[in-house]
Design a binder for this molecule. Structure first.
Ligand SMILES: CC(C)(COP(=O)(O)OP(=O)(O)OC[C@H]1O[C@@H](n2cnc3c(N)ncnc32)[C@H](O)[C@@H]1OP(=O)(O)O)[C@@H](O)C(=O)NCCC(=O)NCCS
Length: 189
């Protein structure tokens, strides 16, 4: 991967602080939004440049957080949301075996195992609903995210050139995937 220095602080590896992983609830919306605003303000890790939705929107969105089609998970320390992972199945019948992931951990709680626990729970969800493959994209400079995904067995499948046009500029996206079943043989024709 390309090494790009954005001058962002590298979090110290900390002790495993107490937190709980569970499906998100409407009451998490406000705290989630506080965390999400911090992540978006970092500018270079996630696809969003601005926070568009309100707490009201997330209260509604966090109602059905564990269905056949998607899961919305939070890591909470008491009432505080310190991490979030959203995983959604593709809609069409041809790609329904695939689910895509987006995730973030609060800047002050990174490198303490929160992302790993969210990913482990995501995999439990995927296996419980028969998802066969997990997919995501990551920016080439996002080494912590890359390391997390590699640790869970995601592999690079391709690169979408200049796919994100953020305020900070155009970014490639690396496509990564992880099969939860034996990788099928592919039909090339
Ligand atoms: C990517 C992100 C979710 C990882 O969450 P996290 O809670 O810090 O991850 P973990 O502590 O579980 O770390 C998982 C692995 O990633 C690696 N890792 C995490 N942070 C790292 C860092 N700063 N430097 C080097 N390796 C790192 C380690 O290998 C670690 O495994 P280990 O603890 O067994 O050694 C978090 O950094 C984040 O929210 N970043 C900003 C938003 C973002 O990038 N979202 C993903 C967009 S694709």
């Amino acid at each position: 991967m390309e090494a790009v220095d954005y001058g962002l602080p590298e979090p110290e590896r900390g002790p495993r602080a107490a937190f709980v992983i569970r499906a998100s609830r409407p009451g998490d919306a406000r705290s989630f939004l506080e965390m999400w605003e911090q992540v978006v303000a970092e500018r270079v890790y996630v696809r969003s440049d601005v926070v568009r939705q309100s707490a009201r929107y997330y209260r509604r969105r966090f109602r059905d957080s564990w269905t056949e089609d998607h899961a919305s998970l939070v890591a909470v320390d008491g009432d505080r949301v310190i991490g979030h992972l959203e995983v959604s199945r593709e809609e069409g019948p041809i790609t329904r075996h695939v689910a895509s992931i987006g995730m973030a951990v609060a800047p002050d709680r990174r490198h303490q195992g929160v992302g790993s626990e969210l990913m482990a729970e995501c995999i439990r969800w995927a296996e419980s609903v028969g998802v066969e493959k997990l997919a995501l994209t990551v920016y080439p400079h996002n080494h912590p995210a890359w390391a997390l995904y590699a640790k869970f067995g995601f592999v690079e499948e391709g690169r979408l050139a200049g796919h994100s046009h953020k305020a900070a500029g155009y970014f490639d996206e690396i496509v990564m995937g992880k099969w939860l079943v034996e990788r099928p043989s592919l039909q090339d024709g």
